[in-house]
Write a protein that binds this ligand. Structure first.
Ligand code: PHE
Ligand code: ZN
Ligand code: ZN
Ligand code: ZN
Length: 300
């Protein structure tokens, strides 16, 4: 791995100390070189930093020290809803406001957070029939904590008011693809086909290619799907490498990740493809405008 990946592992262990007392983590480093040193900076207690020279392919295992300081922190989702519009029929959309500790998270998920903020601001100039509810989730990177808490704790009556949830996580990856979450009957019975088709129709109408991706449980739609709320979303790709076919469809470079700075310190303000961000933000706006107006043709 790269230096920053290793730094990432060290940071991950520090997070383990914070949240999961005693949990064990492991990692393997790649080709041999003199700088293959794993440093696990344990904070608190008597835990001294654990430093070990690694040989090629050697595995490191570390267990968070029992006497390391364990802190419980409280985080907050930010939820905002339009004053106007039927409060019993809401379209909800969200991005996550946190990042991993290794980097600023400007693409992941500043790109989604900022799209929502811009659209919420612009929405003050329009009227809506259905209520629009925005969410900036906390703790996504620690295991979808904010969105899971929210979706799991909705009373039945409140659950029924959310007709649709739209997830916007990573909209401007530098080596982007336009990805649409697929709603297939077999694997994802409650993913929204109506929403998927809205995205597909929009990309098609703008002469743009798209690929369908699976709900893999890695973003904030997950709690909603498990709560029986139709959901979907778009993304531009994370650590997976672009294929030749995708290079032909979207440009960029095959063989490198959609976001080479995924979960790293270089996910900074320079890590955005602004063409993708602007286009996708327009599509997010289109999704809000459509469902703020009507849920016609939608399951009840
Ligand atoms: N939710 C992931 C993250 O925040 C990003 C991601 C989404 C990766 C969907 C793959 C698929 O890190
Ligand atoms: Zn992330
Ligand atoms: Zn994310
Ligand atoms: Zn090619």
């Amino acid at each position: 791995g790269t230096k920053s990946e290793r730094a990432g592992r060290a940071g991950a262990l520090a997070a383990v100390v914070y949240n999961y007392e005693n949990e064990s983590v492991s990692g393997t480093l790649g080709a041999p070189s003199p700088d293959h040193v794993a440093t696990f900076g344990l904070s608190g207690g008597d835990a001294a930093p654990y430093v070990k020279k690694l040989k090629n392919g050697e595995k490191v295992e570390a267990t968070a020290f029992m006497d390391a300081e364990v802190k419980t922190i409280r985080t907050n989702n930010i939820i905002a809803q339009t004053v106007q519009g039927d409060p019993d029929n809401c379209v909800m959309l969200g991005g996550h406001s946190d990042s991993v500790s290794e980097g600023p998270g400007v693409n992941d998920d500043g790109s989604g957070s900022l799209a929502l903020l811009e659209i919420a601001t612009q929405l003050t100039n329009f009227s809506v029939n259905n209520c629009v509810r925005f969410a900036w989730w906390s703790g996504e990177e620690e295991g979808l904590l904010g969105s899971n808490y929210y979706a799991e704790n909705l009373p039945e009556e409140e659950n029924m008011k959310i007709r649709l949830f739209m997830d916007y996580d990573m909209l401007a990856s530098p080596n982007f693809a336009y990805q649409v979450y697929n709603a297939t009957d077999d694997a994802n019975p409650v993913g929204s086909e109506e929403l998927r088709d809205l995205y597909i129709d929009w990309y098609t109408a703008h002469d743009l290619n798209y690929t369908l991706i699976e709900f893999d449980g890695r973003s904030d739609y997950d709690g909603f799907i498990r709560a029986g709320i139709p959901a979907g979303g778009i993304a531009t790709g994370a650590e997976v490498k672009k294929t030749e076919e995708e290079e032909d469809m979207f440009g960029g470079r095959a063989g490198i990740p959609f976001d080479p700075c995924y979960h790293q310190s270089c996910d900074d303000v320079g890590n955005l493809n602004m063409t993708a961000w602007e286009l996708n933000t327009k599509l997010v706006a289109h999704s809000v405008a459509t469902f703020a107006k009507s849920f016609e043709g939608f399951p009840n």
